[in-house]
Design a protein around this ligand. Sequence first.
Ligand SMILES: [Ca+2]
Length: 964
Amino acid sequence: MFTKKVFISSLSIMFALSGISVVQAQNTGEQKTNSDISELLTLDENNSEFLKTLMKDGYAELGRYKVEKIKDNVYHWDEGTKKLPGGATDENGAMNNPSSMYFVLSEDGVVLVDLGNGSQNEEDIQNAKTIVESMTGDKHLSIIITHSHGDHTGFGRSKEVFSNVTVDNVYVSDADYDVAFEAISQFDGKITKVHSGETVDIYGAPYEFNVVNAHTEGSLMITDETHEALFTGDTFGSGFIWALFETNGGNPLAALDKGCSLARKILNNNPSLSILAGHRWQQFWEDNAQRPNEMSIQYFNDMAQVISGLLDGTTISNSYTAASWAPDAVELSSNGAKAKIDTLPKYIEAYKKAVNQMQEAYVYSGSDQLSIESANAAAAPTFVVYPDGNMSDEEAEKYIEASGIKEIVNRSASKVYVARPANGVEFTSDDVQGFEAIVGKIGVSSNFKLIGIGNGATFINQNLASYMNFVSGLALVNPEKGMDVNVSVPTYLVTDNDEIVNTYVKANSATKTEDGYYVNPESHYEVVAVNKDTGLDAVSATKDAWEKVLKKFGRIGNYSDVYKETATWYSRPLISGNKEADQARKYQYFDSVDAIDNIDRYVNTQDLDNDGIDSLWYEYIPEQSKDAKEGSVPAVVLFHGNTNDPRTQYDTSGWAQIASEEGVILICPEWQGHTYQGYTYDPMTDDLNATADSDVITMLKLTEEKYPQIDQSRVYISGLSAGSMNTTNAGLSDSKYFAAAAGHSGPFGASELNKKAVAENKDKYDMPIIYFTGDGDEYCKGAFDTTESNGGLQVAQLYQELNDMEVTQLEDVLEADAYLYGVPWTKRYTIEPTAENIAKIDVGAMENAKGIEISMARIYGWGHWNYTPDAKLMWEFMSKYARDVNTGETIRLDKQTPETPTNPDQKPSDSNEPTKTPAKNDTVTSTTTNVKTGDSTQVMPLAVFACLSALAFILVVKKSKKNN
Ligand SMILES: [Ca+2]
């Protein structure tokens, strides 16, 4: 029971983090009987042999046709049989594409949904006539046409089929009437045009008609709650939709997207509705690898995913050849999604353009250009520009091109918004609303830059001061005097007005360090750069602002003292709508990777397991480590969060700075598989590294071979959220490859595989591990308690057992320790906030006889995301450890008595030894680098690292010798 609970909660975390809402139909367990809804009706068996069979078996064939019972009072008429089903080829070699029609029986009459392909063949017509007459009996018939296409109106051309039944009404959408009329003209005078949103009572049952104009202009989705049916015709297809026609003003995909939302809403309200589509054979077709089977709400979720993926490049596009009249057609699909969309490139472009379009701004988006070569992912800079009064789209286009913004946006797969004044002339206080509309489209994890020029700068200066707390870089070119600014904001100014300069200098608690440059002595993030050349043009000023301020910092809002419920998730909008909370919320600065210039990135794709599919990973090689001596450079494998990008941990975790300063090599695997520009990379693990030797290890070994400077005794692992789960798991299952581990926004608890790995490895290896978790984290905050289901306690128990420590029993847990998972830590300390770090952190730790620690930290007010100052704390923890690559023993570097090697330059005799030279190259260089940055406070701890690192080599070399 206990294990199951944890398993389920892990799963829900996985889904919750995926950003895709997983909607499950609610099964109340209580099946409604049809007598509750409408009486179960029987057909008169004596009418025909066909009907006798249908009543007996729920299935009957007649010539080329079959009829089957779907549910009480609902029958499916298919233009295919068992012998010649959909997708099979007939005697002429043509593929059978039968349409589906449905009979709905009511006390007062029968509804027939659609009229199929029809037939010219006399035998077929007689059989169709028998079916219609049998199903209608002595009642009247009404017909609903889902859409105008010939394969759904065909029998309308046969008067014979309906010659003996009374047809009351034929319903067709207003928009499809003209095209459909020719086929159904025999019913002229009985045709009722329906409109979207209209509900019509047919034989005592309400039918709600909704138009989704993606397949035809008037394609219907019809809700019949009485008979628990949702008739969709080809409105959403039956596994794939043909959105190949000029509907919705040339934007069928927008209509489809809207229709999917409506369908989901309808199905959420009525989970018992069966989706009865226009070609049922397609959803059961054996040759269709992604058969949706009985379609459910998931089909619409999947279709929505295919559409939304067009905006971030995760949708797969292949050429589509089934429609010979549309040679440039493409088929859109998405990893794991069952629904496909066949459409034309011009409709994709129209959709993307319309999504980005807004009245308040000209929008240029590079987000669909996200590829494995893009510069960054989660922390990509997004720009909002207020120009000097109204700017035409052509002028805006020209400005972003010339200023370099377009290039940055393209390489970062982000966006730029050039605002338009509400009055069409210049910006006034009326444009604050427009600012909120623009910002409402931008998520917190974005790296938000605000630029104002002339009138635009004045508008910002006079109206937006209270929004500065989420701006990571502000540039004002020739603003007029404005409001007081009460929060810090990294600022670039073109002005000769000292009063304006002083406002921002004061807001940043900055002091002058050189002419035109001010910095807060306690925070390198809080800067003001001033250019007094007021004649500078907008393009040159923008370029200068990027170099001097804008590229340097990001700012993530994940912290709130006053509004904890919104402090839990990074993707919530910058403006929550609660003014007090929005202005009080704290935002954490981080160093933007755009300003790092001493790290080379390598993108790797390789098939690691010989299944024909490449895996993807990134290597980040700092300058200091490039030509470093063999076995001298530590490396850290960074696991991203669920469905995140492999670059995210480099961009947003703070590890980029550690690498830049310390010369550590970073390896960022796409462990989960992810689609970029249509190619889906192979996941490196199926179980988040809970079992040993996944493709992550294959990748690591390849990387170690490629970079002999990597010190294999100092390879570490770290990760965020689902990446934290990978870290927990690999720390137990792959202990021998890693010297220490650090998780962020986890621990999540113990699995059976974890316990198995502990049992296998506890006599062989130890593993030091540390976790950092926010107590505003919606997935983890509940774990700060003293129950056995608390994820921290469970993970502590795993690592206590692995590390040969006393395992905490539930009865030993004290209520007073709930703030740190109830674990009886033997060492506790608190890290207070500083000008650079906004959060207080409580840390608990315990260590075994050999000095191997388990540690867990609580970040007050922080949500579910990286907190960048932690990277340094993780590194301080992890770099204390090395693992003897021969014995597997963990070495506590800082607790060793310094020993002078007899001959430090002597190489071990065995040339296969991975650690050959007691090199100090990396750490010495990093000290130099640090001095270069002018940050003198960094030099001391680095010097200590240098000593420690040197010690590590001495120790490893000694150990190796002993073993030889
Ligand atoms: Ca592969």
